[in-house]
Design a protein around this ligand. Structure first.
Ligand SMILES: Nc1ncnc2c1ncn2[C@@H]1O[C@H](COP(=O)(O)OP(=O)(O)O)[C@@H](O)[C@H]1O
Ligand SMILES: O=C(CO)[C@@H](O)[C@H](O)COP(=O)(O)O
Length: 614
């Protein structure tokens, strides 16, 4: 893409496996992109798929030191590609949600006084034995895949009465990965590290702090992924802070560690730190626009309307909508919209996305071949829910190679036949069959349709004017799996959509693009201009999105309507049998008030951190 003389804006995406950095111009055109792949570029940290694990306790975590190294590397790569940083007028970013970074009291001074001739990691995490001397009070950040906090989640759900009340107040019931339960566990497991923690950042505000050269606030959207923020009041909930902090008298200390959260998602946190001005040539007035979570940032990659849905097919699968309705329920999440007061982000998040599909693909290929051809051919030539004729039973399944979030269930596979007429379910043999190619995509999409039913509404067909059953206006696919035509086709058949299934066709990555667009909006908006208005006015529909599959198909959509009922029934049956709260049986070891603090392998994370650095 040719670079004009106008200003440039950068967006970053710090996700599980990569740090991506991109650059757009004021017309939203992508100009530069670069990435650091943690497994490829940072293997010395001992990570796999971007994380370290301690399976005995269900812990999944990653070292912030690695992310610091990645910041220098991604900027080096962009400079090598020709990016002239002096044109960058503003930048924003996104971080995988929920993860916490624990800074020492010295950290802010260190951030402010970085020597531009040295790397970030060499100055902020010089490596220490015993007493920690760098910027981090704890060397690891819990990852969103962590499942170690079942007991803390039970305490959170119970604290305000029940899971529904917690969802009403914070937008979500307690989840293993949410920062409140994670902070509670951290305080009990690493009491001295907790004491040394002067500031707790989320992954997004950690990255913003690095660019800002001082601690950046947690933004108005990412703060709703903590189980601590009272959405309707727009402030932390003291009762929940009391639980996390361990007493009424400790609330103000924890509040101080968390810092304030500004209401606006667009007002700059400040200008870029001198480290980046001196080392890379950023202009001194380059604005740091609030960094947010990766999912809130993804919905900013296009002017999403309330009746549209986004399906992100990455490592995880997420289903996202932007909506004025706030209808919290323990089954899903509501979060503050990152830019627009009065709108909320509706989200479903699954651990078993790409990996689960890859496992079935590998059964077809059987030899390490990563091609999707056989999987796709079989998926599209198998009839919906494997019914050769309408009187046949439907084939349904659950495919969870990893413990799942939605529903809260341990790993496993289950296959059933369902007779729609009688509502009868029969368990089938659990061996792979070629129908699994179609059935796994259907399974993932049926779960989305089941749980988003209350948010979609009836619209008329654009050509015939006929009133259609409730479904999204459009489905937008993003993430690695959006390249797959079979997934797109089956997605349209199951979820419907009045106008069809679309894919962002602007390269880069939706999440980083959303961040870059947020920077454009933060720097160029007129007073009072909404994100939707500014981005909508510059959005080139024909150039930026491509239709990849049809949506609503009469007959097929209704068949899947029957299948949703069977799917719901199957999930309930498996949950009842296998125990919904699997964490009570595994992974969720200890750490609520009154338990022994050091009796739980408290050195696990520190130990791994030290060995990984060698
Ligand atoms: N052609 C394809 N068909 C299906 N899945 C694909 C295809 N290409 C990539 N993927 C999947 O995309 C996933 C990675 O997506 P990506 O959005 O890059 O992940 P993340 O941002 O979560 O790290 C992988 O699990 C991979 O299986
Ligand atoms: O936990 C959630 C959302 O609640 C996940 O969606 C993470 O935010 C995913 O990060 P990546 O898959 O992009 O690494």
């Amino acid at each position: 893409m040719a670079e004009g003389s106008g200003p440039l804006y950068m967006g970053f995406d710090l996700s599980t496996q990569q740090l991506k950095g991109i650059c757009v111009d004021s017309n939203l055109e992508l100009i530069y992109e670069a990435k650091v792949d943690f497994d490829e570029d940072m293997s010395k940290y001992g990570i796999q798929k971007g994380v370290l694990t301690n399976p005995a306790e269900g812990e999944v975590f990653a070292p912030p030191a690695m992310w610091l190294e990645a910041v220098n590397l991604v900027l080096d790569r962009l400079r090598d590609d020709g990016l002239d940083f002096s044109k960058v007028k503003g930048l924003s970013g996104a971080g995988m949600q929920h993860g916490t970074v624990f800074w020492t009291a010295d950290a802010e001074h260190m951030l402010k006084n970085l020597d531009s001739s040295k790397t970030l990691v060499d100055q902020l995490e010089p490596g220490s034995k015993g007493e920690r001397k760098g910027a981090f009070a704890h060397p690891m950040s819990p990852n969103w895949q962590d499942a170690s906090t079942q007991k803390q989640c039970d305490a959170f759900d119970a604290h305000l009465g029940d899971a529904q009340t917690l969802a009403d107040v914070t937008g979500s019931k307690a989840h293993h990965r949410f920062s409140g339960p994670q902070i509670l566990r951290y305080r009990k497991k690493y009491p001295s590290h907790y004491e040394q923690t002067a500031r707790i950042s989320l992954v997004s505000s950690f990255l913003a702090s690095v660019f800002l050269g001082k601690w950046a606030p947690i933004d108005i959207s990412d703060v709703t992924g903590m189980n601590l923020w009272e959405i309707k009041k727009g402030e932390y909930n003291d009762a929940l802070l009391e639980l996390a902090a361990g007493g009424k008298d400790k609330v103000s200390k924890l509040k101080k560690k968390l810092g304030g959260t500004p209401e606006s998602g667009g007002d700059a946190f400040g200008t870029i730190s001198k480290y980046f001005i001196q080392r890379y040539g950023f202009p001194s007035d380059c604005q740091i626009i609030p960094f947010t979570g990766d999912n809130p940032s993804t919905i900013l990659a296009l002017p999403l309307r309330p009746s549209d849905a986004m399906v992100s097919l990455g490592t995880s699968t997420t289903f996202l909508m932007s909506t004025p309705q706030y209808r919290p329920d323990p089954a899903y999440h509501f979060m503050n919209h990152p830019t627009t007061p009065g709108l909320y982000m509706f989200m479903l998040c699954y651990k078993n996305g790409g990996l689960a599909r890859e496992q079935i693909r590998d059964k077809f290929n059987g030899n390490g071949d990563k091609s999707w051809d056989k999987f796709n051919d079989t998926a599209v030539s198998t009839p919906p829910v494997s019914q050769k004729q309408a009187s046949d039973d439907m084939r349904l399944g659950l495919y969870f190679p990893r413990p799942e979030i939605v529903p809260n269930l341990h790993e496993g596979q289950w296959r059933f036949s369902y007779t729609a007429k009688s509502g009868e379910l029969k368990e089938l043999s659990n061996d792979f069959v070629p129908d699994d190619a179609r059935n796994i995509i259907e399974s993932q999409m049926l779960s989305l349709r089941l749980r988003s039913a209350s948010l979609v509404k009836s619209e008329s067909h654009p050509a015939t004017g006929k009133q259609l059953p409730p479904q999204p206006r459009r489905v937008y696919l993003v993430g690695g799996g959006s390249a797959n035509p079979a997934i797109a086709k089956i997605c349209g058949e199951v979820l419907g959509s009045v106008e069809g299934v679309f894919k962002l066709d602007i390269g880069g990555n939706a999440c980083a693009l959303g961040s870059a667009y947020k920077a454009v909006w933060g720097c160029e908006r007129k007073p009072g201009q909404t994100f939707e208005d500014l981005i909508g006015s510059r959005w080139d529909e024909d150039q930026f999105v491509k239709k990849v599959a049809d949506g609503y198909k009469e007959g097929v959509f209704e068949t899947y309507g029957e299948a949703v009922k069977g799917f719901d029934k199957m999930e309930k049956l498996v949950l009842e049998r296998e125990g919904e709260e699997y964490g009570k049986k595994s992974g969720g070891t200890a750490m609520v008030e009154g338990e022994d603090e050091e009796a739980h392998g408290a050195v696990a994370q520190s130990g791994i951190a030290e060995s990984a650095k060698k």
